[in-house]
Ligand binder design. Structure first.
Ligand code: ADP
Ligand code: MG
Length: 763
């Protein structure tokens, strides 16, 4: 399935940035010199520059000084890697180094300035130009962008920036980030847009941009899938993945004196980088069978790139000034070790998770659907033309692509024809006088429904065609402008540059070899004319070797010192963590009941996937599995019954557990305790009194004179007083009912109506 190749080492290059304004202003001494030809970085010790301590020399695959151009770096170092990604290899570029030494400059650079653009934008151009020049190949390019900060993964392209993603592993495809967005892009502009969105999100999440970017790892992933017809006549897909990694600043986050959250933060920030260092050491060591990839998110995610099947380039960025010398040396040692890692790159051919395959399949399915639809149409048409459907069916088998095309050509005509026909029929029905009105309406409705169906069918067809077009547009094919003259020239130019880059690389390699062999072979070739000459020569040689020995000894001492420092730091960290742990123990021992502690300890388990301690749900059953399965319904029962219910059903006489076959009885109605309402019967006297009392006051007419005499009252005031009625018009007391029941009977004809002022007389 995959073509394996010989193993090859990780390529390590070093780039030294220019002195910045501040360093120049402060007149800092430059302690780094770069020998581009030999691929060497020479670092002097600023403390005793005058002393005899020899400078430290490190040799790398290639080195770049402060005058290096972004494009030179690209052509010499990164272009071959991106080329192999286009062939289907996995490739990774790491930028490693202290904060402020040019990692982001190397990876991204200044996007707007073509001279200062970094690897990422340059690779966009490279990839899409390659595709446009390709022939008989189909490409699919997708991009993702993520950030690892404090061992948490954030998708920089996602809408929700608070969401954290998890790493997952599948035996067939390896480690991947679950739910990471991967966006299919069709052009340089689109993929640039993706990078911009991600960069914006990177700064949005940070309280202090520089702070955050120096403490987080950003990984931009470009996946290039290519489909090509193989010699076996089958389509083969190759998938190359390019990881562009801008690592966190390599300077150690100080942990001393920090506690709790701060301590944890510093530990976590250092974790990925030290895990990377440990992986490198373990790989280089060769003796250790266990490579601690699982120790951090970064190393897990980039497992392939370190000792795996990917091609890897590490760019170590350093600063030239004297005050950075410690960090510079650490960086150089770190990357010097990485040189010895061996990878076994191989082409990923026909992997299971190729998106391109899915796309091709979906397009084929959609096309088949379209074909089926147009087939139907065609049959209908044929049927119409032939007058009956017999030969229309025969056509189904004989339909070819060509016919489909031709059909596609007059697709519009077909729809128009069909619509016009329906319209004609509708008109005919409207004008047909022989039809009954009802029948007409029915037929018209039928026609309208047909028209509606026709429209819908057309819409669905158009939608399908649109989708096919959209999906096909995402699959990139080149080869159309291959004859373009300028294109050709540019291609030649690039090829030349590449050749030159390759040439310099080889020259450097040879020079490095010559240098190392020189000392060994020189002696053999030499013939001495006298003993004295030999002595002189050998003394010189001895001195040289002695100097070398001193350098190596010094290096050993330095490394030893660095190790001691690191060990001390680790011990300190361990002490602090132990102290933290003791506090927790103290709290647990004193404040948590033993029984509770035991319960919690029993329930807690470590989830390897999420890297978290979790609690098992509380269950009464010991065996989890029992709890998970629903009680299955026993044969003959309509509902699932648990074992206990079934047993209880058999043994107990009551119906508590009887889910069915329960005896059905009518409702047992209770005896009645109420009566229906009956109107009360009232005596005529009471009725009359009531009627009188309820009469509206306007209807009441009182003969005042009669009243006067009957009550024996004289004063008009008291008269009015006694006759005063409550406003409601209803008597409040029984007293009122003693007034004449029918005042009208007392008033003779012509007698004055009771005065209007009634009720308004003041008390
Ligand atoms: P890092 O990402 O390592 O923290 P940056 O890439 O942000 O560092 O670089 C810090 C500064 O140095 C930036 O202003 C950048 O433009 C400048 N710089 C770094 N390397 C170079 C270089 N090779 N040439 C010119 N300027 C550089
Ligand atoms: Mg940076």
């Amino acid at each position: 399935m995959s073509k394996s190749r010989n193993s090859e080492s990780i390529k390590v290059v070093v780039r030294c940035r220019p002195m910045n304004k501040k360093e120049l202003a402060a007149n800092f001494e430059r302690v780094v010199s770069v020998d581009v030809k030999l691929g060497q970085i020479i670092v002097r010790n600023p403390k005793d520059a005058s002393a005899s301590e020899p400078p430290k020399v490190f040799t790398f695959d290639s080195v770049y000084d402060w005058n290096s151009k972004q494009l030179d770096l690209y052509d010499e170092t990164f272009r071959p890697l991106v080329d192999s990604v286009l062939l289907g290899f996995n490739g990774t570029i790491f930028a490693y180094g202290q904060t402020g030494t040019g990692k982001t400059y190397t990876m991204e650079g200044d996007r707007l300035d073509p001279e200062r653009r970094g690897v990422i934008p340059n690779s966009f151009d490279h990839i899409f130009t390659h595709i446009s020049r390709s022939q008989n190949q189909q490409y699919l390019v997708s991009a993702s962008y993520l950030e690892i900060y404090q061992e948490e993964i954030r998708d920089l392209l996602s809408q929700d920036q608070s969401c954290r993603l998890q790493l997952r592993e599948r035996p067939d495809t390896g480690v991947y980030v679950k739910e990471l967005l991967s966006i299919v892009t069709k052009s340089v502009r689109e993929i640039e847009e993706i990078m911009n969105v991600g960069n914006k999100n990177r700064s949005v999440g940070a309280t202090n941009m520089n702070e955050q970017s120096s403490r987080s790892h950003a990984i931009f992933v470009i996946k290039v899938e290519c489909s090509e017809l193989g010699v076996d006549g089958e389509n083969h897909i190759r998938v190359g993945k390019l990881n562009l990694v801008d690592l966190a600043g390599s300077e150690r986050q100080t942990k001393t004196g920090s506690q709790g959250e701060r301590l944890k933060e510093a530990t976590k920030i250092n974790l990925s980088l030290s895990a990377l260092g440990n992986v490198i050491s373990a790989l280089v060591d060769g003796r250790s069978s266990h490579i601690p990839y699982r120790d951090s998110k970064l190393t897990r995610l980039l497992q392939d790139s370190l000792g795996g099947n990917a091609r890897t380039v590490m760019v170590a960025n350093i600063g030239p000034a004297s005050y950075n010398v410690e960090e510079t040396l650490t960086t150089l040692r770190y990357s010097n070790r990485a040189k010895n890692i061996k990878n076994k790159p191989r082409i990923n051919e026909d992997p299971k998770d190729a998106l391109l395959r899915k796309f091709q399949k979906e397009i084929a399915e959609l096309k088949a659907q379209l074909l089926k639809r147009s087939g139907k149409k065609k049959r209908r048409r044929q049927r119409k033309r032939a007058g009956d459907g017999t030969d229309g069916d025969d056509l189904e088998e004989g339909e070819t692509e060509e016919e489909e095309d031709e059909d596609g050509g007059d697709k519009g005509d077909y729809w128009r024809e069909e619509q016009e026909k329906l319209e004609r029929e509708r008109k005919a029905i409207m004008e047909d006088r022989s039809l009954v009105a009802e029948e007409k309406v029915r037929l018209l409705r039928e026609k309208e429904k047909k028209m509606e169906d026709l429209k819908r069918e057309r819409e669905v067809g158009e939608m399908l065609a649109e989708k096919v077009k959209e999906m096909e547009s995402r699959l990139l094919v080149g080869g159309k402008n291959i004859v373009d003259h300028t294109n050709e020239q540019q291609k030649m130019l690039e090829q030349r540059r590449q050749e030159i880059a390759e040439q310099t690389r080889r020259e450097r390699e040879m020079q490095q070899q010559v240098e190392s062999h020189d000392e060994e072979t020189l002696e053999l070739k030499e013939t001495y004319s006298s003993l004295q000459q030999e002595v002189d020569f050998k003394t010189k040689k001895l001195k040289k070797l002695f100097a070398k020995l001193q350098a190596v000894k010094a290096e050993i001492l330095d490394i030893h010192e660095a190790h001691i420092n690191e060990r001390q730091e680790l011990e300190q960290l361990q002490n602090e963590l132990t102290r933290d742990l003791k506090l927790k123990h103290l709290i647990i021992e004193n404040f948590i009941p033993l029984e509770e502690k035991r319960k919690i300890t029993n329930r807690a388990y470590f989830d390897e996937e999420d890297e978290y301690w979790k609690m098992k749900p509380i269950t009464r059953v010991e065996n989890d599995h029992e709890m998970m399965t629903r009680p299955s319904s026993a044969v003959g029962y309509r509902t699932p019954l648990c074992h206990f219910a079934r047993q209880a059903m058999m043994t107990r006489p009551d119906i508590r557990y009887k889910a069915e076959n329960v005896l059905m009885l009518d409702l047992d109605l209770p005896t009645r305790t109420t009566k229906d309402y009956q109107q009360p019967s009232i005596t005529p006297i009471v009725a009359a009194a009531l009627e009188d009392a309820l009469r509206d006051e306007d209807e009441v007419q009182v003969d005042a004179s009669g009243l006067h005499s009957s009550l024996g009252l004289t004063t008009p005031a008291s008269t009015s007083n006694s006759l005063k009625k409550p406003k409601s018009g209803r008597p409040k007391t029984g007293k009122k009912s003693s007034t004449p029941t029918s005042p009208l009977s007392h008033s003779g004809p012509g007698s004055p109506i009771y005065p209007k002022a009634r009720g308004l007389v003041p008390k």
